[in-house]
Design a protein around this ligand. Structure first.
Ligand code: COA
Length: 321
């Protein structure tokens, strides 16, 4: 049995914030941000919750897959910025969708989150336990950004994407790889709430995302091509046989470097970071939905999905559509 993506969906918050908008609030410029990252604007949540964005994306994906919410066996959401510490985003979504027969839990693997969730869904389907799984990736990263730190806050955005994954005799996931390097976790980090009980005397203030940009950049351009070569090779395919490379949208220069290292033209790497920024676990499913809706994917196409980021962590999957 294979795990086939039968439907996709995505949702972005209403508010669009351009680089020029940001430059009115902090010492930055459209030129600096665009030339180093390719990002021109991002959407930031004001009224929206992550649950509302994820539910919007999930409903579109269910509709395309022609799967009713009560036919879902599992809801698996990848996020680091859920609305609540508990219940999980997946349980909140279950309530929103009335997916009464689904188990629901979240996965936190930061920007690799959607890949890790998809691969977990694939394992459940391959072992025969479940047939219909809703996989979501989404973030309201603007919650955990330090809006005084121009080196991080300009890079990220908010949004959610979803995919309905169903057991299929023919098409679907061919090969996957995932990895983590916790020893290098400090390169991209955000502390949770600090210890807080009557015996703690230290400051219990909140912490925000901090990043060593160059460290993360070097990690990405080395690890991602390697992961992609591994899955494509294990699937018995050549790079030329892959129709589309849907990669985590962190930075245009990273994508260009991956394309060059793999010897694959940039035309096969669709992007939406120009108007979305980096949405961590949301970026791969949102981009996948964009290209799906643009009609850029045909049945039988071979697609590589890849994510990378905090952990450090990375994951790649090759599938037939
Ligand atoms: N606007 C203007 N100037 C800024 C700025 C901003 N938003 N953010 C930082 N700067 C300044 C810094 O203060 C520093 O100034 P200084 O040299 O006077 O100290 C300078 O720009 C740093 O520039 P540079 O060394 O050219 O940065 P860079 O080329 O390493 O680019 C990143 C920075 C973050 C764009 C780059 O490292 C990167 O893309 N890394 C990968 C990050 C990523 O994708 N993370 C998520 C992965 S999931």
């Amino acid at each position: 049995m294979r795990s086939r993506i039968c439907g996709t969906g995505s949702a972005l918050p209403q508010l669009k914030v351009t680089n020029d908008d940001l430059s009115k609030r902090m010492d930055t410029s459209d030129e600096w941000i665009k030339s180093r990252t390719g990002i021109a604007s991002r959407h930031l949540a004001v009224e929206e919750t992550l649950t509302s964005l994820a539910a919007q994306a999930a409903k579109q994906a269910l509709k395309e897959a022609d799967v009713e919410p009560n036919e879902l066996d599992l809801i698996l959401s990848a996020t680091l910025s859920a609305d609540k510490l508990l219940p999980s985003l997946s349980c909140e979504l279950q309530r929103e969708l009335s997916a009464v027969n689904a188990a629901a839990f979240d996965i936190n693997a930061a920007c690799s989150g959607f890949l890790f969730a998809l691969q977990t869904a694939d394992a459940y389907i391959q072992c025969g336990r479940y047939r219909n799984i809703l996989v979501v990736g989404g973030e309201i990263l603007s919650r955990v950004m330090d809006w005084e730190d121009r080196s991080t806050c300009v890079l990220f955005g908010d949004g959610a994407g979803a995919a309905v994954v169903c057991a299929d005799a023919l098409h679907g996931i061919l090969e996957s790889v995932q990895g983590s390097d916790g020893a290098r976790g400090d390169a991209l980090c955000c502390e949770n709430r600090k210890n807080n009980n009557p015996y703690v005397t230290n400051d219990v203030g909140l912490s925000y995302v901090s990043m060593n940009g160059q460290e993360v950049y070097k990690f990405a351009v080395r690890t991602v091509p390697e992961a992609i070569r591994t899955v494509v090779g294990r699937a018995g395919l050549s790079m030329e046989e892959i129709d589309l490379f849907v990669l985590h949208q962190a930075n245009r220069r990273i994508l260009e470097s991956v394309s060059k290292r793999l010897g694959v033209p940039m035309e096969k790497f669709p992007t939406n970071l120009e108007h979305c920024g980096n949405i961590s676990a949301g970026s791969v499913p949102i981009l996948l939905d964009f290209v799906n809706r643009q009609g850029r994917i045909k049945k039988g196409d071979r697609i590589v999905l890849a994510g990378f980021g905090a952990g450090l962590s990375w994951g790649a999957t090759v599938l037939t559509w």
